[in-house]
Design a protein around this ligand. Structure first.
Ligand code: PLP
Length: 337
C-alpha cells in the first residue's frame, strides 16, 4: 500500500446554516420544479445514451464550442482527477497559486504527482515558481476559490506559453462569462478549461462537470474515462436547466443582489474582497475567533488562514447571520470597555 495521508470523504455535515460549501441557495422557480417530475422507468433501467448526447449538445452551445471538445464527469472534481491521472508521470510537478482549491494537492497526490504552491496569488509569484520548479501542469481556479480573485485573461494566456499544460478551473465562471478562457482554446493547444453545473446552476447534488479543450486533447482524455461515468437522470436534469431561457440570468441577478447584502453584513467586522461568485472572502484580524463564534451559533463558514469564506445564502440565512455578527460586535465592545 502507498503511504498517503489524504482526507476521506464524505465529511459529516453540521446542522444549521451551511455557508461553507459554496452551494447555491437560489430558490428554484416553480416552472423548473414542475419539470423535475418527468423521470420515467425508461430513464432508470437502461445505460444512458440519449440524455447524455443531448447534454453534450446543450452544453457545447452554451459555452460556444463543439460537442467533440467536451468531456463530462461526476462533477468537475472528476475532471480534475482525469486531467491529473492522464497527464502526470510519477513525481511530475503541479503548480497552483496560494491560496487555491483544496482538492488540487489531493488529486495530484493520487496521480503520483507532486503539488507545489506559489508564494501567493500574484502573477509574478506564479512566474517565479514556474522558473524555479518547472511544473508539468499549472492548475488554478478562476475566479479563485477562496478569495474570488478574477485572473486577467492576457496574463493567463502568457502563463499558458510557459508551461506544458495550463488547466483553468472555471467552477464559478458562469457568474462572469466574459472572463472565460474558453474562446482562447483555439489559440493555445495546451489549454484545458473545467466547468461545473454545481455553482451558478445550483446542481451540486446532480454531480455534473465538464472539461472543455481542443478536439485532440479531448480525444486523448476520453481514454481515461469509464463508460457511463455519469447518470442519465443527472443529464436529464441538467438539460432542463440548460434549456430554460432565463434561469441562469435569474440566478445571477439574485446572487448579485444578495452578495451586496452579505458584503454589507460582514463589512462591520472585516474587509470583504470584491467578488462575482456565490461566496465572499472576509479578511479578519481574528479569523479563528469569528469563525468559532459563528459556528457556535450554527452559522457554518469556511475557516481560512487570514479570514473566512462565506457562501451567499438566502434571506433567512442572512437574517440569522446578521444577528450572529451583531452579537459578536456586542461581545467585543463589552470586552474592550
Ligand atoms: C474551484 C472549484 N473547482 C471544483 C469544484 C468541484 O465542484 P464539483 O465537483 O461539484 O463540480 C469546486 C467545489 O467547490 C470548486 O470550488
Amino acid at each position: 500500500m502507498r503511504q498517503v495521508k489524504l482526507p476521506i470523504y464524505p465529511v459529516v455535515y453540521p446542522t444549521g446554516h451551511r455557508l461553507n460549501q459554496n452551494e447555491s441557495q437560489f430558490p428554484l422557480p416553480d416552472r423548473i420544479m414542475s419539470q423535475l417530475d418527468s423521470v420515467t422507468y425508461h430513464d432508470l433501467h437502461e445505460y444512458p445514451v440519449e440524455p447524455i448526447n443531448e447534454l453534450f449538445e446543450h452544453y457545447a452551445a452554451y459555452v460556444g464550442v463543439t460537442p467533440e471538445q467536451l468531456l463530462v464527469g461526476c462533477g468537475s472534481d472528476e475532471m480534475i482527477h482525469v486531467v491529473t491521472q492522464a497527464l502526470l508521470a510519477p513525481s511530475d510537478i503541479v503548480l497552483s497559486p496560494a491560496p487555491d482549491f483544496s482538492m488540487y494537492p489531493i488529486f495530484t497526490t493520487i496521480a503520483h504527482g507532486h503539488h507545489i504552491q506559489a508564494v501567493d496569488l500574484s502573477y509574478d509569484g506564479i512566474i517565479d515558481a514556474i522558473e524555479m520548479h518547472h511544473p508539468k501542469l499549472l492548475l488554478l481556479s478562476n475566479p479563485n476559490n477562496p478569495t474570488g480573485k478574477l485572473w486577467n485573461v492576457e496574463e493567463l494566456a502568457h502563463l499558458a506559453s510557459l508551461v506544458p499544460y495550463l488547466v483553468v478551473d472555471e467552477a464559478y465562471m458562469d457568474f462572469t462569462p466574459g472572463a472565460s478562457m474558453i474562446p482562447l482554446i483555439a489559440k493555445h493547444p495546451n489549454l484545458i478549461v473545467l466547468r461545473t453545473m454545481s455553482k451558478a446552476f445550483g446542481l451540486a447534488n446532480v454531480r455534473i462537470g465538464f472539461m472543455v479543450t481542443n478536439i485532440e486533447l479531448a480525444q486523448y482524455f476520453r481514454q481515461f474515462i469509464p463508460p457511463f461515468n455519469i447518470s442519465g437522470v443527472s443529464a436529464k436534469i441538467c438539460n432542463i436547466f440548460l434549456k430554460d431561457v432565463t434561469y441562469l440570468q435569474e440566478t445571477i441577478e439574485w446572487h448579485d443582489e444578495m452578495r451586496q447584502k452579505w458584503a454589507l453584513a460582514f463589512e462591520s467586522i472585516g474587509h470583504v474582497f470584491p467578488a462575482t461568485t456565490n461566496f465572499l472572502y472576509v479578511e479578519l484580524a481574528q479569523p479563528e475567533v469569528v469563525w468559532s463564534h459563528l459556528t457556535a451559533l450554527n452559522v457554518h463558514t469556511s475557516k481560512q488562514p487570514t479570514g473566512i469564506r462565506v457562501t451567499i445564502g438566502d434571506e433567512t440565512a442572512l437574517k440569522f447571520t446578521q444577528e450572529a455578527i451583531h452579537q459578536y460586535v456586542e461581545s467585543m465592545n463589552v470586552k474592550n470597555s
